[in-house]
Write a protein that binds this ligand. Sequence first.
Ligand SMILES: NC(=O)c1ccc[n+]([C@@H]2O[C@H](COP(=O)([O-])OP(=O)(O)OC[C@H]3O[C@@H](n4cnc5c(N)ncnc54)[C@H](OP(=O)(O)O)[C@@H]3O)[C@@H](O)[C@H]2O)c1
Length: 265
Amino acid sequence: MKPIDNATVLVTGGSKGIGLAIAEEFAAHGHDLILVARGQEELERSAQTIRDSAQVNVLTFAVDLSETHAPERLFEQVKEAGVSVDVLVNNAGVGMTGDFAKGDYVKMTRMLQLNILTLSQLTHLFMQPMLERNHGRILNVGSLVAYFAGTPNWAAYGASKHYVLSFSKGLAREVKGSGVAVTVVSPGTTATDFVKTADAADMRAYQSLDGPSVNEIAKVAYKACQKGEVSAIPGVSNKILAYLGELHPRAIAFEVFAYLSQKKD
Ligand SMILES: NC(=O)c1ccc[n+]([C@@H]2O[C@H](COP(=O)([O-])OP(=O)(O)OC[C@H]3O[C@@H](n4cnc5c(N)ncnc54)[C@H](OP(=O)(O)O)[C@@H]3O)[C@@H](O)[C@H]2O)c1
């Protein structure tokens, strides 16, 4: 597909981690940004750093996207600001590890709302004008866990990322030829604040965080999105793990990933 020039790119969870790196990558290519996250101060700090270094326009909206009506409110706010979004990056997401049965169910609901429903609704809202213009991109941030046969210790988080992968692939096919493309990027374990908020530091998979950095992930994501590729997995070892996850018999892969998802005593 022809790359998108002079785009306005909305990045959810754009204040830090993978989302900020993706935002910086778009800005480095001259695209304007809209960054969304909850923490206003961090959001504004990140926006100012990008304005200073890349000389692009950056708007910020401090929104809790785990609230039920947040996507519609954000869509209206962007419309009122008179901006049309060419690229939507659905990156905001949180993880939860540990026993599902013992977990905080309210926290779980907010995670599922953010990782699944908000991502779907933002896509639904922002995609319509893109389809009318025959021009646009949706870039969804999934996870390598989506390639695993199942992930004990983060069963619900893993399932939420299975949704992101499956939804993105299905939607990419639905809009093929429309001028709008859908890409899903699936990072493996990455050193960000996610590790702490998901309480994943003592999980075997997170013992050595030597995979691609957030900047490397962002470069892969940017390229795949601009080319209109359906799926991208940053890092060679992550690609191998994803391939292993799809091999049959999946029972073997399940045991491998169940081991990797265990917390160390
Ligand atoms: N790090 C990993 O190992 C890893 C691996 C695979 C996939 N991923 C995925 O990558 C994505 C980004 O994660 P990350 O590692 O970059 O995590 P991070 O460093 O913790 O960043 C998360 C971003 O999302 C925002 N956010 C969190 N909850 C939000 C909410 N309710 N409403 C609006 N914004 C919210 C955060 O800002 P505020 O807290 O200020 O809201 C922040 O900007 C997620 O979808 C995650 O599932 C991460």
